[in-house]
Design a protein around this ligand. Structure first.
Ligand code: AMP
Length: 187
């Protein structure tokens, strides 16, 4: 396998952001974060941004159609040819199926998925202690994001079972980084 087509899963507060930064640097692949793309749309005040702002604020999911379109446009760009790391997408079964179809159409190599696993009680503690860094980091917003994650996104762990590496997300940043590297070094 010469492409590095990665997917990182983990609930809000699992510590994906930090680890994604390191994967971007180590492998020279771009991060594709639908959350970042949507936040940019909101900040720019575009029509899309205005449409999704309230949904994001409440911790609900934006429609599959919208995020699939964003990912499709992004994955078609040449910097994704050596590989990419999907972060926060897919979040529903429909998105996962659309992604498979897209990768197939683009003739891309199979994905590898990393699941950064952190128990719920620890997730809540981490998010609430990081304060109001993001406008959707209110107690209700966070609770709703975790609920939506459990209902819509956690089932994808089964969908990706064959290509998934579970990584224990409790520990220091370096420890977790080491675990991810080890998981990706397995054939
Ligand atoms: P994130 O930064 O990944 O936590 O995303 C922030 C918010 O953007 C989420 O709570 C959703 O409202 C929206 N969002 C991001 N990615 C997706 C996705 N793949 N599907 C639906 N909504 C998304």
């Amino acid at each position: 396998m010469s492409e590095r087509n990665l997917l990182i899963m983990g609930a809000a507060g699992a510590g994906k952001g930090t680890q994604v930064e390191f994967l971007v640097e180590k492998y020279g692949i771009p991060q594709i974060s639908t959350g970042d793309m949507l936040r940019e749309a909101v900040a720019s005040g575009s029509e899309l941004g205005q449409r999704v702002q309230g949904i994001m604020q409440r911790g609900e999911l934006v429609s599959d159609e919208v995020v699939i379109q964003l990912v499709e446009a992004r994955l078609g760009r040449p910097d994704c040819l050596p590989g990419f790391i999907l972060d926060g997408f897919p979040r529903t079964a429909g998105q996962a199926r659309a992604l498979d179809a897209l990768l197939d159409r683009l003739g891309r190599e199979p994905l590898r998925a990393i699941w950064l696993h952190v128990p719920d009680s620890e997730l809540l503690r981490r998010i609430l202690s990081r304060g109001q860094g993001r406008s959707d980091d209110t107690e209700e917003g966070v609770a709703r994001r975790l609920e939506v994650y459990r209902k819509e996104t956690a089932p994808l762990l089964d969908y990706y079972a064959g290509v998934l590496a579970e990584v224990d997300g409790i520990g220091s940043i370096d420890e977790i980084r080491g675990r991810i590297e080890q998981a990706l070094a397995q054939p």
